[in-house]
Design a protein around this ligand. Structure first.
Ligand code: GMT
Length: 372
């Protein structure tokens, strides 16, 4: 099949998932055309059947807000017409689903039918999309998509709760390539992060308010009172300066490391003893799944779709949002006892395998075939 994929090219989970999906489909012989404003971060290395089309948004003195959606829709039309594209799969509704609708209408006038699949990822529904400045357009473009998918059952329910949508939403969970993340940790790297054998606790996110990074830091400080630990924070975003200032004020500042944005998560995650995800909401929590694939137990909140991934008392533990005492208690229950830690590690891996790329990608292929 010739498939066009539209996504955000940045470190966010929706862009990561879309890029990994495109690469996996390319490995199966499909021709994949990515349409984004920058090369997606996970799109490295050459594959003869992967193409990248950049959306250029010309500026003009009149434009206080350059019209990205118009440029995107025009690029979609161009790429679809000139590369025999059979399907358009957009990830994250805003503004991709409405641009897809526009492209579809333009192509229809030229006699070309192009089915559109919109995959909902989370904040496009729960935070941004339901704001009244976007809601009518998001609702309309979801209704006009040929197929709607959501990355968790919870997100499907949130979509029905927040929007007047009268069509079926298919749940296709996110996936991980377990083989890629299940690597042996490099001892030299472990020594650099934790020279005295401290427990390595990792958090990775885009440092937005919804992640509650201050809860990560406070949970770590409580854990560190009981057992020596190092906190490794990966990613960047608006809350990072606040998070850094919180750490500067504490005595254990040298045990907290901000690594910034990292592309090679499969090299870092295997170094971790525990992964912390304290979000107020998470439609899925792809970062937690990648940690589990690297055999790392997860201490998370029980918000949104997280209970669909992290099984309480098995692959990790879950607590109510903001309950850092409980998160600390759960973390210690795993970390203090080696046989328990080993058991949770094995369970985390077993749980990640349920979401392995080999189980999920065929679901998208089946969906595409049905549409064609
Ligand atoms: O976490 C974010 O805010 C980024 C966002 C995105 O679209 O890039 O992540 C959402 O999509 C991911 C991939 O499907 C999910 O794993 C995240 O849980 C979801 N984030 C939220 O729901 C907050």
């Amino acid at each position: 099949m010739n498939i066009a994929i539209v996504c955000y090219p940045t470190f966010g989970g929706s862009g990561v998932l879309a890029t990994e999906l495109g690469k996996a489909l390319a490995d199966k012989g499909h021709n994949i055309h990515f349409i984004t404003y920058q090369q997606p971060v996970r799109l490295s290395g050459f594959k003869a059947n992967v193409f990248y089309h950049e959306v250029r948004v010309p500026t003009y003195p009149l434009f206080d807000f350059p019209p990205y959606e118009t440029a995107l829709a025009s690029t979609m039309v161009d790429v679809i017409s000139n590369n025999d594209i059979e399907l358009l799969h957009v990830h994250y509704a805003i503004p991709h689903a409405s641009a897809a609708y526009m492209a579809k209408q333009i192509l229809a006038k030229e006699g070309k039918r192009i089915p559109v699949i919109t995959t909902l990822h989370g904040t496009d529904i729960t935070l941004v999309g339901r704001d009244k400045t976007y809601r009518p357009v998001v609702t309309f473009s979801m209704m006009e998509s040929d197929v709607l998918t959501a990355v968790s059952q919870n997100l499907k329910e949130e979509t029905y709760r927040n929007f007047d949508i009268k069509k079926d939403i298919e749940v296709i969970h996110n996936f991980v390539d377990v083989k890629r993340f299940n690597k042996k940790p490099v001892d030299a790297f472990k020594k650099l992060l934790a020279p005295k054998g401290e427990k390595i606790i990792v958090h990775a996110s885009n440092f937005r308010k919804v992640k509650r990074v201050e809860d990560v830091i406070n949970t770590f400080l409580l854990i560190n009172k009981e057992i020596p630990a190092t906190l490794v924070l990966i990613g960047d975003g608006p809350e990072r300066p606040f998070a850094e200032s919180l750490c500067r004020d504490c005595v254990t500042n040298h045990q907290i490391k901000f690594l910034g944005k990292q592309e090679q998560m499969e090299d870092i995650l295997p170094l971790a003893d525990l992964f912390l995800l304290t979000s107020e909401y998470e439609s899925f929590g792809l970062a937690a799944l990648e940690a589990m694939a690297a055999e790392v137990p997860v201490i998370s909140t029980n918000a949104g779709g997280l209970p669909e991934i992290n099984i309480n008392g098995y692959s990790g533990y879950m607590s109510n949002v903001g309950d850092v005492d409980d998160m600390c208690k759960n973390a210690l229950a795993i970390l203090k006892d080696k046989p328990t830690h080993d058991l949770f590690k094995a369970n985390a891996l077993a749980q990640a395998k349920k979401f392995d790329i080999s189980n999920i990608v065929p679901m998208y292929e089946k969906l595409y075939q049905g549409l064609l």
